[in-house]
Design a protein around this ligand. Structure first.
Ligand SMILES: CC(C)(COP(=O)(O)OP(=O)(O)OC[C@H]1O[C@@H](n2cnc3c(N)ncnc32)[C@H](O)[C@@H]1OP(=O)(O)O)[C@@H](O)C(=O)NCCC(=O)NCCS
Length: 155
C-alpha cells in the first residue's frame, strides 16, 4: 500500500499555540505526563525549525522532532515521531517523516539517525521503507529490556 497523506492534512513548523496539543499526544504516547511536557517545551526552544506538527482541522494529530548534533552540523537525530492513535495508517507518519528529512537536508544535514525498539514493527517498517538502514542493535539503550536499533539514512 503506498502511503498517501489525507488531502486535508497540513504539516507545518510547530508554534507556541501547539503546546497543549503536542503535549497531549506526547502524554498519550509515553504515559509520563511531567517528563513529556518538559520534553515538548525544551524541544520547542532548542529545535524550533525541526519540530514539525501535523494538523487536521486545527487539531494536532502528529508531530516529529529532530535536532542537529552540536559538534557535527551535518548530522541530525530524529528524537520523536508520533501520530495520534485514531489517525494512524493513513499516511501521516510517512508524510511527517518525509517532511522532517526534507527540512533537515535543506539545512545541510547529510546523516539522519534515530533509534527504534525492535518490537515496534510499524515504526521499523516505516523507517526501512523510507530509506533508513539498521546500523546496530544496542542492548538496554533505555534500560533493562529496552533494546533499540540505531537506524541511519543519508541525504
Ligand atoms: C510509527 C508511526 C509514527 C507510524 O505512523 P502512521 O501515520 O500510522 O504511518 P503511515 O500511515 O504513514 O504508515 C503506516 C502503515 O499504514 C499504511 N497506510 C498508509 N496510508 C494508508 C491508507 N491510506 N490506507 C491504508 N493503509 C495505509 C502504510 O503503508 C503503512 O503500512 P505498513 O505498516 O504495513 O508498512 C505510528 O504508528 C506511531 O505514532 N506509533 C507510536 C509512536 C512510535 O512508535 N513512534 C516511533 C518511535 S521510534
Amino acid at each position: 500500500m503506498s502511503a498517501k497523506p489525507p488531502k486535508d492534512l497540513c504539516i507545518r513548523p510547530c508554534e507556541d499555540r501547539d503546546f497543549s496539543g503536542v503535549t497531549n499526544l506526547e502524554i498519550d504516547g509515553i504515559h509520563e505526563p511531567y517528563r513529556s511536557a518538559v520534553f515538548v517545551r525544551q524541544q520547542a526552544v532548542l529545535s524550533p525549525q525541526t519540530f514539525l506538527v501535523a494538523t487536521k482541522d486545527e487539531k494536532i494529530v502528529g508531530f516529529s522532532v529532530a535536532t542537529v548534533v552540536n559538534d557535527n552540523p551535518r548530522r541530525a537525530w530524529i528524537l520523536r515521531m508520533m501520530v495520534g492513535d485514531g489517525f494512524r495508517h493513513c499516511g501521516i507518519g510517512t508524510a511527517l517523516l518525509r517532511e522532517i528529512c526534507r527540512v533537515l537536508a535543506g539545512r545541510g544535514i547529510t546523516e539522519i539517525y534515530l533509534t527504534v525498539s525492535p518490537k515496534n514493527e510499524p515504526a521499523v517498517r516505516l523507517y526501512t521503507r523510507e530509506g533508513f538502514t539498521k546500523e546496530s542493535l544496542v542492548p538496554a539503550y533505555f534500560g533493562e529490556g529496552e533494546d533499540r536499533f540505531v537506524m541511519k539514512r543519508t541525504c
